[in-house]
Design a protein. Structure first.
Length: 159
C-alpha cells in the first residue's frame, strides 16, 4: 500500500478489506453477488454507525459537520482557464509533434497548427457509450483548434 498523510486514505480500505474477507470466509461466500452484499453492509457500518478509533467520530457525521462549518477541503468543481469542457480536464493528454495531419484507422485529423510545433491531443476518459464514440480534441497554444469524434472501435490515433 502507498503511504499518504498519516494513512487517512488507506486505513478505511484496510479495515473494510479485513472485515469483508473474514465475513466471506466465515459465511463460505464465493459469488460476487454475495460478496457485494457483505461490502454494502460493512461499508455502511464503517461510514454511518461506527465511531472511528482515531477521530472519535462517525465518519459521515464528521464529514457533514466539516461541510456545514466550511472546514471541508471539498470545493465545487469549476473549469480552470482556458478549458471550456470537462473533457479537457478529465482526459488523457499526449504532447505530439504537429504535422500536416494525424490519422486513425479510418479518419484523418488535419492540423491547423504550424508544422513541427508541439500540440496536445486530449482523448476523453469519458467515452459516449450510447453512441459508441470517443472525442479527440487538439489544443495548440492554450486554444482548442480541432475536435473529432471517433468510433470506440477505432479509437487508436497514430501520428
Amino acid at each position: 500500500m502507498l503511504a499518504s498523510g498519516k494513512g487517512k486514505i488507506e486505513r478505511p480500505y484496510r479495515w473494510l478489506q479485513d472485515r469483508i474477507v473474514r465475513a466471506c470466509a466465515l459465511e463460505n461466500l464465493t459469488a460476487l453477488k454475495e460478496v457485494r452484499g457483505v461490502y454494502v453492509t460493512k461499508s455502511d457500518r464503517y461510514n454511518n454507525h461506527q465511531v472511528h478509533s482515531t477521530t472519535g467520530e462517525i465518519p459521515s457525521l464528521r464529514f457533514e459537520n466539516a461541510r456545514k462549518s466550511g472546514t471541508s477541503l471539498f470545493r465545487p468543481f469549476s473549469l480552470p482557464t482556458p478549458y471550456s469542457s470537462h473533457k479537457d480536464v478529465f482526459a488523457c493528454a499526449k504532447p505530439a509533434p504537429s504535422m500536416a495531419m494525424a490519422s486513425s484507422h479510418s479518419s484523418t485529423i488535419k492540423s491547423m497548427c504550424p508544422m513541427f510545433r508541439t500540440v496536445k491531443m486530449w482523448s476523453s476518459t469519458d467515452p459516449d457509450l450510447a453512441r459508441q464514440a470517443l472525442e479527440v480534441r487538439i489544443w495548440f497554444e492554450q486554444k482548442m483548434v480541432h475536435s473529432l469524434t471517433l468510433p470506440l472501435a477505432d479509437s487508436r490515433v497514430h501520428f
